[in-house]
Ligand binder design. Structure first.
Ligand SMILES: [Zn+2]
Length: 539
């Protein structure tokens, strides 16, 4: 089995996963098939939804259809020609406390029914578990993971090694680190179902990133029990590759209609905000009047369509390098998601390290939330870690950002530099011109064409947090460099005096001169002449 990554954005990846029944593309949603009660038959999943992989529970299959599934093989038994993933009954342990099967039996059984991807019988941590109990689930799962090598007899099945630990992040880290050293092809993050039901997305994000930081990154990660399209963007952006959804059917039975931004009850809908084949043929009123099973089938079909289309949308944003923008859009669907996105601030350095350096697209910044983005963090790290100003530079001239980018090619800055250049002649090489701009901060003239410093758009007026961030970066830049003096051309309307304050404080600290200009119109001809004279004074 191989996993080849073809495209990346944030921690998300589009990958090709090769198995004995063919190649599938990730991120992938596996609809859960319950062979005892099924709203949409596997064959229909394939024919109507183009579904190439699904997941079923080997424990339930064994319990109800033991011999039949072995004789036919799981593919024929389900009447499905794609890829079949089997889960082991761990979820049943969580719900019923125990299962009537040993870890060894369930491994053997998954081999006998010819699953493509199979799962050891892990012990789910659950949500209300004490630390001690959680520790036990981690240890027991690891013990069973180690035993797999002795039990299995085939090499063509890919095995899933689940990570446990629940909300105890230190246990998640240990579980991931240890299981990552064993020869599993895929990993899974266990028991986030209740976390998701209670909308604890901050905890979920912490769990996912803790697992990611400790697992081999080249192996796909399955997020167990995460089947609602409105949180796919978050989970995928954090590096989850596989999902399973029982939700499409569970919600349908409760007459709930899933969308990429939340859930609605059928009886609250006057219109279907969707044009999938199921919604196109009906309106909410006629669906409400249907016999119960027909109604549930219709809702299950829509729910599945909504899930698959969100997944395709996300994949397209990965290709375009616009996953962050999509994530912000989805985060506005529910405050709990928004909170999780804000909370990614504490993981910003990790996100930066794992995100691709260049993209095909420019970036859109809507608010200070964008300050967490890898590109902003990366610019800061480069500026203060690797960059040094030109050797001859003695005076720092800070110009405000312009509408046009790159800044030094804008009409305003070209005119200003020409004017100053006329006055200063070849002393101009001792002058270092930088732009202070949101959200990146100090943008040295010689770098302002480097991606993404001129490939972005930001919404104005800037919010206070963004202004503060940029002012802080400017101040830090002055303090960590060695100029003789600083000339600041203010754009008071945009920066509200915050830039002046930051520069004043930094120059006092460095004991260097500061000259500020605060004209009504920053690019006025007379101001530019004064600017040149001020520079001359410092030189
Ligand atoms: Zn629909």
């Amino acid at each position: 089995m191989s996993f080849e990554i073809r495209d990346r954005d944030l921690l998300a990846r589009i990958g090709k996963l090769e198995t004995k029944s063919g190649v599938i593309e990730t991120p992938l949603l596996l609809p859960v098939i319950n062979p005892t009660v099924q709203l949409i038959m596997p064959r229909i999943m394939q024919e109507e939804f183009g579904c190439r992989a699904l997941i079923t529970n080997a424990y339930i299959v064994k319990k109800h259809f033991e011999e039949e599934a072995v004789e036919k093989g799981i593919h024929d038994f389900l009447d499905f020609k794609g890829l079949v993933v089997t889960d082991s009954g761990a979820y049943q342990i969580l719900v019923y406390g125990d299962v009537e099967v040993t870890p060894e039996e369930i491994v053997r059984y998954q081999e006998e029914i010819n699953a493509d991807i199979a799962t050891i019988l892990d012990v789910p941590t659950g949500w209300t578990t004490s630390k001690q109990q959680a520790q036990h689930t981690v240890n027991e799962t690891l013990k069973r993971a180690r035993e797999l090598a002795k039990i299995k007899t085939r090499d063509d099945i890919a095995w899933v090694g689940p990570v446990q630990g629940g909300k105890h992040l230190d246990l998640v880290a240990r579980s991931a680190r240890k299981i990552g050293t064993l020869p599993f092809q895929i990993h899974a993050l266990g028991s986030p179902t209740s976390v998701m039901e209670q909308y604890l997305f901050v905890v979920l994000a912490d769990m996912i990133l803790t697992a990611k930081k400790n697992l081999p990154l080249e192996r796909p990660l399955h997020l167990f029990g995460a089947g609602h399209p409105f949180m796919f963007a978050l989970a995928i952006a954090l590096g989850c590759d596989l999902f399973d959804s029982a939700a499409y059917a569970i919600y349908a039975r409760k007459e709930r209609y899933m969308t990429e931004y939340g859930t609605t009850r059928l009886d609250e809908l006057e219109y279907f905000p969707c044009s999938c084949p199921a919604c196109n043929k009906n309106d909410p009123q006629s669906v409400r009047a249907m016999p119960k099973i027909e109604k549930q089938k219709m809702l299950a079909k829509h729910n599945l369509h909504a899930s698959f289309s969100e997944l395709r949308r996300i994949k397209q944003t990965i290709i375009e390098g616009r996953l962050w923008e999509h994530l912000e859009l989805r985060a506005h669907g529910h405050p709990a998601l928004f909170k999780a996105l804000k909370n990614l601030k504490k993981h910003a350095d990790y996100l930066e390290k794992q995100s691709p350096v260049t993209k095909k697209s420019g970036l859109f910044f809507f608010s200070s939330l964008g300050l967490i983005r890898p590109e902003v963090v990366r610019h800061k790290d480069r500026l203060f870690g690797r960059y040094s100003p030109p050797k001859e530079a003695e005076v720092l001239v800070l110009l405000p950002q312009t509408q046009t980018k790159p800044f030094h090619k804008s009409r305003e800055q070209r005119r200003a530099l020409r004017r100053v250049g006329q006055e200063l002649g070849d002393r101009m090489r001792r002058v270092h011109v930088c732009t202070y701009a949101a959200p990146f901060g100090v943008t040295p003239r010689e770098l302002d064409e480097v991606y993404p410093l001129s490939q972005y758009e930001i919404a104005t007026p800037l919010d206070d947090k963004t202004i503060e961030y940029v002012a802080k970066q400017v101040s830090r830049y002055i303090v960590t460099t060695g100029y003789k003096g600083v000339i600041l051309l203010q754009d008071v309307k945009v920066w509200k005096g915050k830039m002046a304050k930051a520069c004043r404080r930094a120059c006092e600290k460095k004991k260097i001169s500061l000259t500020m200009f605060s004209p009504e119109k920053p690019w006025d001809g007379r101001v530019l002449k004064d600017l040149a004279m001020a520079i001359e004074k410092v030189l």
